[in-house]
Write a protein that binds this ligand. Sequence first.
Ligand code: S3P
Length: 441
Amino acid sequence: MRLRASAAGALAGDVRVPGDKSLSHRALMLAAMTVGETKVTGLLEGEDVLATLTALRDLGVGIETGSDGAYHVQGVGVGGLAEPTGVLDLGNAGTGARLLTGLLAGHAFTSFLTGDDSLRQRPMGRVIKPLREMGTSFLARSGDRLPLAVTGKTSLSPIVYEQPVASAQVKSAVLLAGLHAPGKTSVIEPAPSRDHTERMLRHIGAEVVTEALDDGRSAITVTGQPELAARDLPVTGDPSSAAFLMVAASLLEGSSIRIDHVGLNPLRTGLFTCLNEMGAAIRTGNGELAAGEPASWVEIEHSRMDAIDVPAERAPSMIDEYPILAVAAALAKGKTRMNGLAELRVKESDRLAAIADGLSAAGVKVEMGEDSLIVEGTGDPPRGGCTIDAGHDHRIAMSFLILGCLSQHPIEVTGAETINTSFPGFVELMNKLGAKIDVAG
Ligand code: S3P
């Protein structure tokens, strides 16, 4: 699908964004590990999460939607999944593939996993390595990529795993495998990454302890073989989806929008910090806890923005937001410098190259390094007037449509159907706020 975004006027309105993708994958998988029925509300009905849902059904988990719109998951208990008869296809979902591999590690049967063109290029070695240490066997394509065969074990060996790179997906895969190991399994992270798995596991009764180590790293330890309780799992709005609306409203003169019930886990709000430093006008409420996760309304008004230096340490708390931050930087005045971006090379696309190429095509000055990016904004709308291929990357598609709303000439995005992986209804929601995005040609 080819979409075209044209220069927009002020955005206004009071909206919600769909459920958090990270929480939605976890809610389904963890509910499956409980004993009893879990009601999941606010689930993201995007393709990534639906791929996880289908895979869990293939593994013998009953999941139905009720007349209340909630998803009802019949837990099979830790270690209770059944051998699937076919190949599990996780589509575009890196989180689905990696976390599910952690669960499958604790089951004594062989499963076959695959994904779309993008997912089949992404590294799985980062989860294979620790899970092999725990006793799981793998057979993978060259470069440790999907398709992948996983043969698990009923009782895994607990390990202490020192992660070379901060990754919530890897941490979560090891913790989920750790549920199937007698004793304590620990992950040591070089820097804190999103802690949704830890919070949700605690919410359903697992023992999960996070300790700060003397060298600045943290250790997360799960006690294996628990009986997990089926407790309601409300999913909060996705801050990574809210990010697109926030940047657009910050930069379009006269805008004022409110987004209700946005997840504000402090390990996800690096973009909020950046936008505030750039001069954005963002307000949030005090927040309430939903299944251990803070959430609040967020209000954003237009304001003038200046360039900033984004420290590398902030990367884990905004790893999915660099494409839209780069769009904000393209309109802010001055050079915004971003460092510590190596992980962007192995996302749904090589995001660093996709951002740099797309911005250049739209007439923005950029300098790309191995793991860094400098974007130079003039404080005025860039030229735009280009076509960007989404390359199976939903966040690239949405970021460049937002850039189209902010540019002098329309920007077209091809392969835009990928937006449905994380943000179904994105175009309708943006247009409801006042944007001009339509199907091109
Ligand atoms: C996610 C973690 C991040 C993020 C991804 C979702 C998760 O990946 O990019 O979109 O739900 O755990 P890494 O943990 O590999 O950095």
